[in-house]
Design a protein around this ligand. Sequence first.
Ligand SMILES: Cc1cc2nc3c(=O)[nH]c(=O)nc-3n(C[C@H](O)[C@H](O)[C@H](O)COP(=O)(O)OP(=O)(O)OC[C@H]3O[C@@H](n4cnc5c(N)ncnc54)[C@H](O)[C@@H]3O)c2cc1C
Length: 434
Amino acid sequence: MEVVNDNTCSWINDLTPRSNIQTISSDLHCEWLIVGAGYTGLSAARKLGQLYPNQKILLVDAQLAGEGASSRNSGYLVDTTLNDGFTSNKELENYKKKADIYKLGIEAIKRFIKEYQVDCDWNECGKYFASSKKEDKKILENFSDTLSKLGFEHNLLSNNDLKKRLGTNFYNIALHTKGGILLHPAKLARAMIDTLPENVSLYENSLLVNWKKINDIVICNFKNGSVKTNKIIFATNGFLKSLGIKSNYNFPITLTASMTRSLSDEEFETIGKPKEWGVLPVRPMGATIRMTKDKRILIRNTAEVYNPYQMTQSELNKRSLKQRIGIKKRFPQLPNNIIQSSWSGIVSRTRNSSQIFEKIDKNIFVAGCYNGSGIGVGTLFGEQIAIKASNENTKEIETIEARNKPTWLPPNPILSLGVKTRLIYERIRAKSEI
Ligand SMILES: Cc1cc2nc3c(=O)[nH]c(=O)nc-3n(C[C@H](O)[C@H](O)[C@H](O)COP(=O)(O)OP(=O)(O)OC[C@H]3O[C@@H](n4cnc5c(N)ncnc54)[C@H](O)[C@@H]3O)c2cc1C
């Protein structure tokens, strides 16, 4: 397996390239090893660095730190995700448990950006769940009912309001939740890298090839070296399965997104100069589409089982075309060729949408699988898995562990066939919303 990503992500290209990259090129020993330097691994490393200022902590990544899904996502820090509304108290209770975790995730990020004075284009503008289909009103009314029961501020909107707010006539119905936040995902990840404690050593472009436990030591083999560690935290999210971790409980999904250049003042005027906004689809396979504060449009409208991990440029171009059509459908007055770049990224899913947060063996821990909502939850899970690995407990850990555990998945090829079939079905249901 190789973990290499395309280098065409607009968010990453907004930042100054980093220098002084260290790779693993000898045999090392440490107290703590964290594998995966996205939001989860970076948060775990920061917490361990604070808890153990005199211990040797290593953080490794197969590519450049933060440049996996953590810098490639759509930047919605969510307070809620859409469920069709609930008929039983048990379902409502489960939804509340999920929302409690999102709330803690938002708090974890707020604490981080306040403490380190991070500029990540933070905007508490809420988010829309929107659809062009009037018949989706029922779904949104049920959802509204759930949100009301749980005390989430929100309101339902129709076409005229939406046209003014979003600058497009495409949507007929939407639900706006006030608590959602939009941000620049790569700026957030970069801030986490820049503020790593001094006793954390970061090694990049270093793929963990295999690992084993002998007595109480975990031995990790990289291409040009090895690490022997007392304790290990796996934070590789969509790549957990490839390392043989919780293999029957998670699977990777590849998403692709595109970003336009900044609209010119005249173009922006033609769509009514809306303020920054973010729309999530009502139907699972519909498009996520966002207007950034610097007048760029981001769109993500694919989710698929894709092997190998790296998407070729020609495959990426095909998805980019779909995204161009998605933008054109919503903004017919804009020119055809305004997409500046397209990229792919890997997320992790579980069957019942629960996340993984576990000790899987003595001194071996794992946190991941955020089902496409990992900005806040990944940051929270990273710091809390570090605390759990230190044999401590917190209220946050209790909240995380109160949620149902991920349910079992069948092995391949049954799994991959099942997932592909489901995705095709959802794509057909969401056809007009792509
Ligand atoms: C297009 C897209 C849109 C998304 N939109 C949103 C959104 O709007 N809101 C939201 O909350 N979430 C969103 N997500 C999901 C979110 O990005 C992830 O949930 C989050 O980044 C997970 O963070 P992580 O640190 O656990 O994993 P990652 O950021 O994936 O980090 C895992 C790291 O592990 C490394 N790794 C893997 N295998 C190995 C190995 N063998 N050896 C060493 N290192 C390894 C990888 O290189 C990677 O850097 C989106 C994701 C994508 C791709």
